[in-house]
Design a protein around this ligand. Structure first.
Ligand code: A2P
Length: 282
């Protein structure tokens, strides 16, 4: 799996098409979307366009999408959801299929359905997202296939030490969503000082730090200039001391957890997060 890629949360179909195509054209080899984002059609169109423009094949690209909470359930339910996702993406397989959130009543059954999709060769790998250690432990007791990754919110002010340690001890990679803290970390004075020191942008400093911390990142930008800039992090490195300075910015501050946000359902319904999930916010 490429350890760096583009994410398309909060972008509509047209914008995700354009940013995905721009990313692939500029060398990105991993694209991360989800049913919940409501932009799989645009993402698929961007993949097609980007591959054409870059002269690449489908197999050169690593595509991740996620099972929507409202479509969790038994194999019939999950495989139907997955087939619809493939259709919208215009693909015949995805490289990584993640469970978006651990919905308590259904996540074990849904994960078994995902294992079956993996065995059938419809997905190249399976994993999860937003799993705390208790739920991960329960999943590992039941699972036949260890999730390859746990995609979590990870950025300078939210470093998830306990989850990272637990997952790494089970050979589960952490992928960061919101690696720039939704843009908030970009104005942090410590990051700003490092940006000046290394003559790089704040975003490049943070993304390089994540790279050196061995975290896979999927970073969102809708601007081609920033898409390009964000990928230019492989020709410099932060000193151990400066990595440590960013490590010290952690405040354990999650922007989004099993919280009371409205969860948009691509099938037209709106499900309230609190109805569906236990409240485990810190
Ligand atoms: P935009 O899409 O306008 O570029 P995260 O991935 O942590 O959620 O952060 C994404 C946010 O950070 C988006 O609002 C995005 O805005 C912004 N962003 C991404 N890359 C950069 C960059 N290089 N410089 C400034 N802002 C950026």
């Amino acid at each position: 799996m490429p350890r760096f890629g583009l994410g398309v949360w909060k972008t509509d179909n047209r914008t995700s098409r354009d940013s995905v195509a721009a990313a692939i054209k500029n060398g990105y080899l991993a694209i991360d979307t989800a049913r919940q984002y409501g932009n799989e059609q645009g993402t698929g169109a961007g993949i097609k366009l980007g591959l054409e423009q870059a002269g690449l094949k489908r197999s050169d690209l690593f595509v991740t999408t996620k099972l929507y909470n409202g479509e969790q359930g038994d194999y019939d339910q999950v495989s139907k959801a997955f087939e619809n996702q493939l259709k919208d993406l215009g693909l015949d397989y995805v490289d990584l299929y993640l469970m978006h959130w651990p919905v308590d009543k259904t996540y074990i059954e849904s994960y078994h359905a995902m294992e079956k999709l993996y065995r059938e060769g419809k997905v190249r790998a399976i994993g999860v997202s937003n799993f705390d250690n208790d739920r991960m432990e329960k999943l590992l007791e039941e699972a036949e296939i260890i999730p390859t990754v746990n995609q979590m919110e990870f950025n300078p002010t939210n470093q998830e030490h306990e989850i990272l340690a637990f997952d790494q001890s089970h050979d589960i990679e952490m992928t960061a969503w919101s690696p720039l803290g939704g843009g908030e970390s970009l104005t942090n004075p410590v990051i700003d000082a490092l940006a000046k020191k290394y003559d790089r942008s704040a975003a490049q400093i943070i993304l390089r730090w994540e790279w050196q911390r061995d975290i896979i990142t999927v970073v969102k930008s809708t601007h081609e200039k920033r898409i390009i800039q964000n990928s230019q992090i492989f020709d410099f490195s932060l000193s151990d001391e400066d990595v440590q300075k960013i490590n010290e910015l952690d405040q354990g501050r999650r922007g989004l957890w099993y919280d009371d946000f409205q969860w948009h359902n691509p099938n037209g319904k709106v499900a309230n997060g609190i109805d569906q999930w236990p409240d485990t916010r810190k």
